[in-house]
Design a protein around this ligand. Structure first.
Ligand code: URA
Length: 193
């Protein structure tokens, strides 16, 4: 009998294949390729960003550009790395010129992330930026909700500012670091490790 671990990997792979073939919105026409998400399929901690940028579009992997380098640094600060977590986005194809995703595009793409989270079944979802936060907390305002946990169904949602905001604004970067350093306590509270 196949192990549960293998099932998670295979199930995510099947969803990734569907995402790669998706033509439900126009983003697939301007993007080079889909970026379904990557990392540990059996983790209890996932990070969800907004949409692929230039480098993610080139490589088909989430958070591999400048924002990704900052995310790697922040993960290192709490003794985690990419193999410990899963990293995805709410939108799977790069919006042209990195523009904000439209409400229609978010709606069309929504079921992919829902299915990915059903497979992974994380305990903690760390959202990066307001689009990802509003996917789980539609009425939240990031300046108030960041750095605090919010129970949504079976998930603990922990909103953070987007790393790109941290790269643009030194105060945001300090806030991002401060919020990130609370993650180990949240993991402990959630009895994950
Ligand atoms: N920004 C995002 O929101 N996601 C990525 O994958 C890269 C940059």
């Amino acid at each position: 009998m196949k192990s549960l671990k293998m099932n998670n990997e295979e199930n995510l792979e099947n969803i990734s294949n569907e995402i790669s073939l998706c033509t439900k919105c126009a983003l697939c026409k301007s993007a080079i390729q889909a970026v379904p998400g990557s990392g540990n399929p059996n983790t209890k901690i996932v990070f969800i960003g907004e949409a692929p940028g230039f480098y993610e579009d080139q490589l088909g992997l989430s958070f591999v550009g400048r924002s990704g380098k900052l995310l790697d640094f922040l993960l290192g600060q709490i003794k985690l790395n990419r193999n410990d977590v899963w990293i995805g986005n709410i939108i799977k194809h790069r919006p042209p010129e990195n523009r904000d995703p439209s409400p229609e595009e978010i709606k069309i793409c929504k079921s992919f992330l829902t299915r990915q989270l059903d497979v992974i079944n994380p305990k903690i979802i760390i959202t990066l930026g307001r689009f990802s936060m509003n996917y789980f907390l539609p009425d939240a305002v990031i300046s108030k909700a960041h750095g605090k946990t919010h129970q949504v169904g079976r998930f603990v949602i922990y909103p953070l500012y987007h790393p790109a905001a941290g790269l643009r604004n030194p105060n945001m970067k300090l806030q991002l670091i401060e919020d990130f350093l609370k993650i180990p306590d949240i993991i402990e509270m959630t009895n994950l490790i």
